[in-house]
Design a protein around this ligand. Structure first.
Ligand SMILES: C[S@@+](CC[C@H](N)C(=O)[O-])C[C@H]1O[C@@H](n2cnc3c(N)ncnc32)[C@H](O)[C@@H]1O
Length: 176
């Protein structure tokens, strides 16, 4: 959660909260006056996160504004820009065009110089490139190329988290 700044009155966006594992970590970084928006496609996950993670936090922290949107991020009705975006979307499972659209939408919500962080499991692209059918190999090669271009354009940095099972890579991209 290193991408979330420490300053007051920050605005944080989480995209694709799932069961709320990252949400819980984000909540620890918030203080009075902050605003936290969560956008999640699945209504079941929204209900679970509201009940298991947000309900008590809202009671304990009435001065932190939390908005949970049950919508795809491409259609979410969000206003203003954010100081950090934490994204749990499984990009490697999405078609390339959708991945590019999702990043374009999210960068549209990110303040200049602030960070969008996402996670990917190590080795997945390599496995698909070696063992996939030829169309999958071609698509995977393009996916890796798109990732590299995005990484350079958005002043990317990355870190491997070996303690996670399976190990994953945290990628941080800057808004510009
Ligand atoms: C891999 S899970 C997130 C895992 C999460 N970090 C956790 O700990 O449970 C990805 C989530 O993204 C959601 N999702 C998929 N496409 C989405 C979209 N276009 N907009 C918002 N959420 C989306 C899925 O419903 C799913 O809950």
């Amino acid at each position: 959660m290193q991408s979330i700044p420490d300053h007051a009155n920050k605005r944080v966006l989480e995209v694709g909260c799932g069961t709320g594992a990252f949400t819980k970590e984000i909540l620890k970084k918030l203080q009075d006056g902050d605003v936290f928006h969560i956008v999640e496609l699945s209504s079941d996950f929204c209900s679970a996160v509201e009940t298991n993670v947000l309900q008590q936090f809202r009671k304990d922290n009435p001065n932190i504004q939390i908005e949970l949107h049950n919508a795809p991020i491409e259609e979410a009705n969000l206003e203003g820009k954010f100081d950090a975006i934490i994204c749990g979307l499984p990009f490697n499972n999405f078609p390339l065009e959708l991945v590019n659209l999702l990043f374009a939408v999210m960068f549209g919500f990110l303040k200049e110089g602030c960070e969008l962080a996402y996670f990917e499991y190590l080795g997945m692209l390599k496995i698909k490139r070696v063992f996939g059918f030829s169309t999958i190999r071609r698509e995977t090669k393009q996916r890796a190329k798109d990732n590299d271009i995005r990484f350079d354009k958005q002043s990317g940095s990355q870190e491997t988290v070996w303690r996670n099972i399976p190990s994953c890579r945290v990628v941080r991209l800057k808004g510009c």
